[in-house]
Ligand binder design. Structure first.
Ligand code: ARG
Length: 321
């Protein structure tokens, strides 16, 4: 269902959409209030809320990114559990954490950031690029439906890997979306049409940084942490046009390889894998509390803090605005 409005569309540029005033708000509010069984249900919450999946069935069983090569069957479930528990415990101090049950045959399900993208009580459900992860889709669908979200399917022909490749600016005004390695660029137009938000496309060019959330992280006070070499020139320029020099936090390769950009940000709190003292110092100097959690077992599959967590609350609620 498309709200009335005016669209324009151009390859590798910003998508923009003019709303008929008030129209899409009403539409979304109605959808938000009706769960699948017709009862009143409100998926939006009034506290920062995230989704995680316990790592009881986590494993590196196949290779779909360069981090997994050489790590098949080399992760420890015990260590993974203790690292995940630390992240979960730290997140629970600043947010509500909901859990989805892990499923046999889906060892990457622990990376809930790839389940979909949540906005205005609706989830754009992922359509995974690799067959290895497509089995996760029905489980995430069930979870969202049972939790009262409106589920929007992204068609199979359009790969889309959820919040792994699509990140809202802190005030929810713009969506930065990655393509080139996992999600397809056509998914960006679909997100634009679905929600009426401005979508800014970024092309990823380094297979080590195959999801946008591995190399780009918008922060609560309007900054962006990013690893410039992960993007093509035009995309790097797009980032630099939108974020003034004082709002840019350039991450060097060593920190990028520690998944420094793969950070969970809730208001003034940042949860991240162990990073350099220089980068954590810069974040602290900007007023953030940086909580570092060792996530080495998950790096073996190509993920860290942000990949293990999916935002469920709206942006203003998430950052306590
Ligand atoms: N092994 C998983 C994959 O390649 C890791 C996903 C990491 N998730 C993320 N949001 N970056 O799909």
């Amino acid at each position: 269902m498309l709200p009335a409005g005016v669209y324009f569309y151009a390859s590798n540029t910003a998508y923009s959409f003019m709303l008929t005033p008030g129209r899409n708000r009403g539409t979304l509010a109605q959808e938000t209030l009706m769960s699948s069984n017709g009862s009143l249900h409100r998926p939006s919450v009034d506290r920062p809320t995230f989704l995680m999946c316990p790592p009881t069935l986590y494993d590196v069983n196949y290779v779909i990114n360069p981090w997994m090569a050489g790590n098949v069957k080399r992760s420890s479930r015990e260590r993974a559990a203790s690292q995940w528990n630390q992240l979960h415990g730290a997140l629970e101090k600043v947010a509500e954490v909901r859990l989805v049950d892990p499923q046999p045959g889906s060892p990457d399900m622990v990376f809930t950031a790839n389940a979909g993208l949540v906005f205005a009580g609706t989830v754009a459900l992922s359509s995974f690029f690799h067959a290895e992860r497509q089995g996760e889709e029905p489980h995430f669908r069930d979870w969202f439906q049972q939790s009262g979200f409106t589920v929007h399917d992204v068609p199979r022909v359009t790969p889309f890997e959820g919040e792994g490749d699509a990140l809202f600016e802190a005030d929810g005004s713009r969506l930065w979306a990655g393509h080139g390695l996992r999600s397809g660029e056509t998914s960006h137009g679909q997100l634009n049409r679905m929600w009426g938000v401005e979508v800014l496309s970024l092309r990823l060019v380094d297979p080590r940084f195959y999801h946008l959330d591995t190399c780009f992280c918008p922060l609560a006070q309007g900054e962006a942490m990013y690893y410039p070499a992960a993007f093509d020139d035009a995309s790097r320029r797009r980032i630099e046009m939108h974020f003034s020099p004082s709002k840019r936090i350039v991450v060097g390769e060593a920190d990028a390889l520690k998944f420094a950009c793969n950070a969970v940000n809730v208001g003034r709190t940042i949860l991240v894998n162990a990073i350099s003292a220089q980068l954590s110092g810069e974040l602290r100097a900007r007023g953030y509390e940086v909580i570092e959690v060792d996530l080495t077992e998950f790096l073996k599959a190509g993920g860290a803090a942000k990949c293990l967590v999916l935002r469920l609350s709206e942006m203003d609620v998430t950052h306590g605005a």
